[in-house]
Design a protein around this ligand. Structure first.
Ligand SMILES: *Cc1c(COP(=O)(O)O)cnc(C)c1O
Length: 440
């Protein structure tokens, strides 16, 4: 597929519109559609719809096809595996690709200690299981999560989310034992607040409101995803970890969005000096779009469950596991992390130039190929400007560039391009973004 942007119809085109009419008849209204353009095929950083339009993808299906759409290695691994074995159930009769994924994750997650892994299907399922391990290991029930967090759509993970709309509203009651504590949000915290100061604020809350001795786990995204790529101030994560260790609390890093080369290191946790979470949850970027997730961490925690307490029918499916092995081995082979750095350089340079020109951009932040801009009103109070985001996203999509919004206030545009994107394609997409912002 030509790696080029091409718009040949209105967006959405006639074939997409017909398919969408049929969808509205047959698919639950609760399943939304940000852009009702029906995609037929994709490769690298280009999506092609049923009308022949080609979009530059700056979303990667929310950070999933990090390695690129229909990556050659992933396609080959899936094709070979699907003809050999599609299912046995690992807990009945095991197979090798599952073990190989565990071995690779144990080697590359943060922390120089003995590790083990367990595989699941989705990010939410990984988070649920990380909490299960922490509760079993500590014998405690309570968990702490952070403002602006997103952890999934199951009952427990809904309880862990910050935002009621659209994720939680009307779906309760939710799992008990979940406590929300203040995050470090440098753009909106008091000027000059350091990471350790922000951590002290969260720790005070946990000590007073929950009691350190009641906490099984602290769960945190080292860079928040849906929350708007909030990067905590330096020292925040490490200070929390030190407090967790002193109090026998399991530190869980939810790296479902930020992990697997996305930020230019294997895991976003690797950016914080001395930060070695006890457990890491992994999903989105791990298998080029095949559904598989993992919990990896300290062997003594991962071995705390009795046999049979952890699992599921499809967890670590052989075809998805083969795809994950391909992705992880490609990162090991080199070039993937470097691609994230190359993308960061272009994104940060160009977005900061736009910030200097357009006061509607309040903040440029993130790491690697996980970069966001936060939009504000020009009132000197950082008032969130979601209307601007809506207009810019619409301008981009109707011109063949797919971008995603994010943020508690809906005022963030996040960039999660496939790492296979070329400089030329990325710059072309940014030209269109810039025109959309200038149009405001
Ligand atoms: C997407 C996401 C999840 C949920 O993953 P699903 O596969 O959608 O269940 C959990 N945590 C974070 C940080 C995420 O970005």
């Amino acid at each position: 597929m030509e790696q080029e942007r091409k718009i040949v119809t209105a967006i959405p085109g006639p074939k997409s519109t017909a398919l969408h009419t049929n969808r509205l008849k047959h698919v639950s209204a609760g399943v939304g559609a940000a852009l009702p353009v029906y995609i037929e095929r994709a490769h690298g950083a280009i999506l092609q719809d049923v009308d022949g339009n080609q979009f530059i993808d700056l979303g990667s299906g929310i950070g999933v096809v990090t390695i690129g759409h229909t990556n050659d290695g992933v396609v080959k691994a899936v094709q070979e595996q699907v003809a050999k074995l599609t299912h046995t159930l690992f807990t009945v009769t095991p197979y090798e690709p599952y073990v190989r994924v565990a071995e690779l994750l144990n080697a590359h997650t943060p922390g120089n200690f003995a590790k083990k892994s367990a595989l699941f299907n989705s990010g939410a399922e990984a988070v649920e299981n990380a909490v299960k391990f922490a509760r079993k290991f500590t014998g405690r029930g309570e968990i702490a999560v952070f403002d602006h967090a997103y952890h999934g759509r199951t009952n427990l993970t809904m309880a862990m989310n910050f935002k009621a709309m659209p994720y939680n509203s009307g779906f309760g009651p939710f799992a008990p034992g979940v406590h929300h504590v203040p995050m470090s949000y440098p753009f909106r915290d008091a000027a000059g607040m350091t990471g350790p100061e922000a951590a002290a604020r969260a720790i005070t809350y946990m000590e007073k409101r929950v009691g350190a001795g009641n906490l099984a786990a602290v769960v945190i995204e080292p860079i928040q995803g849906e929350g708007g790529f909030i990067v905590p101030a330096p020292g925040f994560l490490k200070t929390l970890q030190d407090w967790c260790r002193a109090n026998g609390i399991v530190m869980i890093a939810d790296e479902v969005q930020s992990g697997i080369a996305r930020t230019g290191k294997w895991f976003a946790s690797d950016w914080e000096e001395g930060f070695e979470p006890d457990l890491v949850t992994i999903a989105k970027g791990i298998a080029g779009g095949m559904p598989i997730s993992a919990v990896t961490g300290r062997a003594e925690i991962m071995d705390s469950s009795h046999a049979g307490g952890i699992g599921g029918t499809y967890g670590g499916n052989p075809v998805a596991a083969a795809a994950a092995v391909s992705v992880l081995e490609q990162i090991e082979a080199g070039g993937v992390l470097e691609a994230a750095h190359r993308i960061e350089k272009i994104l940060v340079e160009r977005l900061n130039a736009m910030k200097a020109k357009f006061p509607v951009i309040g903040d440029v932040r993130g790491r690697g190929a996980m970069i966001a801009i936060e939009f504000i009103e020009n009132d000197g109070k950082l008032t969130p400007n979601a209307a601007a985001v809506e207009k810019v996203v619409k301008h981009c999509t109707s011109n063949g560039v797919l971008v995603l919004n994010a943020g508690t206030y809906g005022n963030v545009i996040r960039f999660l391009p496939p790492l296979a994107i070329s400089d030329a394609l990325l710059n072309e997409a940014l030209d269109i973004l810039e025109a959309g912002i200038a149009n405001l």
